[in-house]
Write a protein that binds this ligand. Structure first.
Ligand SMILES: C[S@@+](CC[C@H](N)C(=O)[O-])C[C@H]1O[C@@H](n2cnc3c(N)ncnc32)[C@H](O)[C@@H]1O
Length: 258
């Protein structure tokens, strides 16, 4: 077993994170760079360090999960969501089950609540928000953001749903209360059922082809009939029909044949 194989096995035992499902070249390069920054030239030594020191382990988890996010990331796609997809979903249903499945520090699920608030009362909206990284979820629950991450907010939403907190912005409790945060590992855990909208953005890019294909199947099972999957900017599905998805608009796939 080479160094990286052994490292992957040890990390899987310790954390339940299967690094084999992530693109190897990219992940290995990132891990080796971090290890060397911390003074470890061999992955075996780095693992011993991680196992011994909580601080190193937390830093490692934080680093491999890449939590970059922002509100209404790629705003033109959120325009499609607001103008076409949400009206389509609400056309046949009054209550909608929404799942943000790699929610990072909360910008995405809170954007979903704000987007749905154009159509529903806040107390009619519920978003399930999950991520593998408990540190990111803890920040999401606090809900305080740098001004820069708010740059794509549609007009009016900053004044309506945020308050100043020093040089940062705090999301309103009324929005926060609509989101249920939980830890969920996409590669290991069971998925929720009967979702009408699944938002899975900017995480599939890190996974191998095999892992992605398994996820598409699991998303298909997790969606309700006519439910919609919303993916990230570089994450279009090749051959969506193979997974019983019909392209609806770029980056949006509807479950079913048409
Ligand atoms: C770049 S962020 C994307 C955040 C948000 N979806 C967006 O588009 O702005 C990627 C997120 O995927 C999460 N992630 C990575 N592997 C995961 C897994 N196996 N299961 C669940 N979440 C995972 C990371 O913790 C991180 O928060």
């Amino acid at each position: 077993m080479n160094d990286y194989e052994l490292f992957k096995t040890l990390i899987y035992k310790k954390s339940g994170i299967d690094l084999s499902a992530y693109k190897e070249k990219q992940m290995k390069r990132r891990i080796e760079a971090l290890a060397s920054r911390r003074g470890f030239n061999k992955l075996a030594d780095y693992y011993r360090g991680l196992d011994r020191e909580h601080r190193l382990y937390d830093e490692f988890l934080n680093y491999i999960t890449i939590n970059v996010s922002e509100f209404f990331r790629n705003p033109s796609q959120w325009d499609v969501l607001r103008k076409e997809v949400i009206p389509f979903l609400l056309g046949s249903k009054k209550s909608i089950k929404v799942w943000s499945c790699a929610c990072s520090t909360g910008e995405e699920p809170y954007s979903l609540v704000m987007a749905f608030s154009e159509f529903l009362r806040l107390d009619e909206i519920r978003v399930l928000a999950t991520d593998i990284d408990e540190g990111a979820i803890a920040k999401a629950r606090i809900g305080v953001y740098r001004e820069n991450s708010l740059k794509n907010l549609p007009p009016g939403l900053k004044a309506k749903f945020f308050s100043r907190s020093g040089s940062d912005y705090r999301i309103a409790d009324a929005v926060k209360e609509r989101v249920d945060f939980r830890r969920l590992n996409l590669l290991e855990d069971n998925f929720p059922a009967q979702c009408d909208l699944i938002v899975c953005r900017n995480v599939l890019i890190y996974f191998t082809e095999d892992a992605k294909q398994q996820l598409y199947r699991k998303f298909g099972s997790a969606l309700s009939e006519d439910g919609v999957l919303f993916v990230g900017s570089t994450e279009q599905i090749i051959l969506p029909q193979k997974y019983n998805f019909t392209p609806m608009r770029v980056f949006f796939y509807k479950k079913g044949k048409n």
